[in-house]
Write a protein that binds this ligand. Structure first.
Ligand SMILES: NC(=O)c1ccc[n+]([C@@H]2O[C@H](COP(=O)([O-])OP(=O)(O)OC[C@H]3O[C@@H](n4cnc5c(N)ncnc54)[C@H](O)[C@@H]3O)[C@@H](O)[C@H]2O)c1
Length: 462
């Protein structure tokens, strides 16, 4: 029986996942730890609305369990020492140095966790890989843990997380499936069962899949690759639609009604973002390459190439349409997060489109309901395309969308926030430079309505 859980990493996965486990398993003490003191302080903020991650429904769940059986702490050693089960939920970004640079997953945080667990543990532990990891990572973790020589026994499970940001709580409460990979021997299966028992508190048994460790690790990368592939597939068709007079929304609907294809993830857009799709596909490409499977690697790499093309094509079209120059013209960005209902901006298309437009000397005004100016500047500075001063000069971040659009030559819809649809578009139009353009990077606005007002409206793929 698991009594105490520790989760290393209080991010977009660790935070919501543990909040739901704590809510559904009131008899288990769940401690989420992180090295980032600011992040932990925010999780512990007396005002639960100030928790560091915005997800619909999350603050309510945290409020219910925090202080009862859900704790956030920076004391990683203590939480490891006390726990029966340890989830590793740290970040695994693309490597930016050395061999595999730009493709492979950087596993330094994972290895540090394994070493810390090895150092601190004095009782047997089940270690759960919650982070998305290259296939066969469990081998490395095992090797570090099993060589401590202190007699402690470890079981390693793979339990990748399939939640989507923006719907994390709903996905966790009602997952399509929970995947648990473990060793096939008796002790491995005992550990698998301990984790199955936790999820079985709220997930129907038939949705809890158990596999070997390698299938579980690989399935997560493959799931993200397939999802991203659908986005790139429909985006590739969007460009063809623009040339042929077909309308990508109509094409999506027509093909999505085929039950073999299905309707989800077929919306054309300025491109996918987020911390996972790109890094996980690059990782898949790297793994394929490292086994000498060049055709497999090239096949999946094309998903990324298409996504980059779609972002570039969007910014290029803005420049071309605005009479081949945006120098000193104000362009308003509605949305900065990589998708609606999250404050996560990692790899957001907005960052790359802004970068292109700043290179053309545009002036950008950003409004996002959940992203503030510090984050916008941090994202731009991270690119290192220009100095922080130049980014500050080129971009202003506004607290009011109507102010952001005032005197703009064009508006670019970068995130599909619902509130954008209900804005007073007549009022926005009145205060803009004419002709007033809308470039709808998420295909959420009504073309007829906007054109009736006087806007020059362009969607993706029509
Ligand atoms: N974000 C998603 O939607 C999503 C979905 C499924 C899976 N994943 C995977 O889950 C993992 C975590 O993603 P995330 O978005 O939560 O990342 P994140 O960057 O939001 O959070 C990771 C946290 O781990 C902490 N950390 C790193 N090393 C540490 C250490 N040694 N000790 C203590 N804390 C440490 C960091 O400070 C950070 O707060 C990644 O592997 C990701 O691929 C993410």
């Amino acid at each position: 029986m698991i009594k105490k859980i520790c989760c290393i990493g209080a991010g977009y996965v660790g935070g919501p996942t543990m909040a739901v486990i704590a809510q559904k398993c009131p008899n288990i003490q769940v401690t989420v730890v992180d090295l980032n003191e600011k992040r932990i302080a925010a999780w512990n903020d007396v005002n639960v609305e100030n928790i560091p991650i915005y997800e619909p429904g999350l603050s309510e769940i945290v409020a219910e369990s925090r202080g009862r059986n859900l704790f956030f702490s920076t004391d990683v050693d203590k939480a490891i020492a006390e726990a029966d089960m340890i989830f590793i939920s740290v970040n695994t970004p693309t490597k930016t140095y050395g061999s595999g640079k730009g493709l492979a997953a950087d596993l330094k945080h994972i290895e540090l966790c394994a070493r810390q667990i090895a150092r601190v543990a004095t009782t047997n532990k089940i270690v759960v890989e919650k982070s998305t990891l290259p296939v066969r990572t469990a081998e490395a973790i095992k090797s570090i843990l099993h060589n401590t020589g202190n007699g402690v026994e470890f079981q390693i499970l793979s339990n990748p997380e399939f939640l989507a940001e923006g719907t994390a709580v709903a996905d966790l409460l009602n997952p399509d499936r929970v995947l648990i990979g473990g060793d096939q021997d008796a002790k491995g299966q005992e550990a698998v069962q301990a984790l199955v028992d936790i999820y079985a508190n709220w997930v129907p048994k038939e949705k809890i899949l158990t596999t070997n460790v390698w299938s579980s690790e690989l399935s997560k990368l493959v799931a993200n690759a397939f999802l991203a592939q659908r986005v790139s597939s429909i985006n590739a068709i969007s460009e063809l639609c623009e040339k042929t007079g077909a309308n990508v929304n109509e094409v999506s609907k027509a093909i999505g009604m085929d039950s073999r294809i299905g309707p989800k993830f077929l919306k054309a857009s300025v491109g996918f973002g987020g911390s996972c799709f790109q890094k996980d596909i690059l990782n898949l490409v790297y793994i394929a390459q490292s086994y000498g499977l060049q055709e497999v690697a090239d096949y999946w790499e094309q998903v990324i190439i298409m996504n980059n093309h779609q972002k570039r094509r969007f910014s290029k079209n803005i420049v071309t349409t605005l009479y081949n120059t945006v120098a000193d013209k104000k362009i308003a960005f509605l949305g900065w997060a990589f998708k609606k209902d999250t404050n996560d901006t990692r790899e957001s298309a907005a960052i790359y489109v802004a970068d292109d437009l700043l290179n053309e000397q545009a002036k950008i005004a950003v409004y996002d309901p959940k992203v503030g100016q510090d984050q916008v500047y941090a994202d731009m500075n991270y690119l290192e395309s220009r100095s922080p001063e130049a980014n500050k000069k080129g971009i202003t971040v506004m607290l009011d969308p109507y102010e952001a659009c005032k005197d703009a030559h064009a508006i670019a819809i970068m995130t599909e926030w619902d509130e954008f649809i209900t804005y007073d578009w007549k009022k926005i139009y009145q205060n803009m430079n004419k002709p007033a353009f809308v470039f709808d990077g998420r295909n959420i606005l009504d073309k007829n309505e906007l054109e009736k007002i006087g806007f020059k409206y362009q969607a993706i793929g029509s």
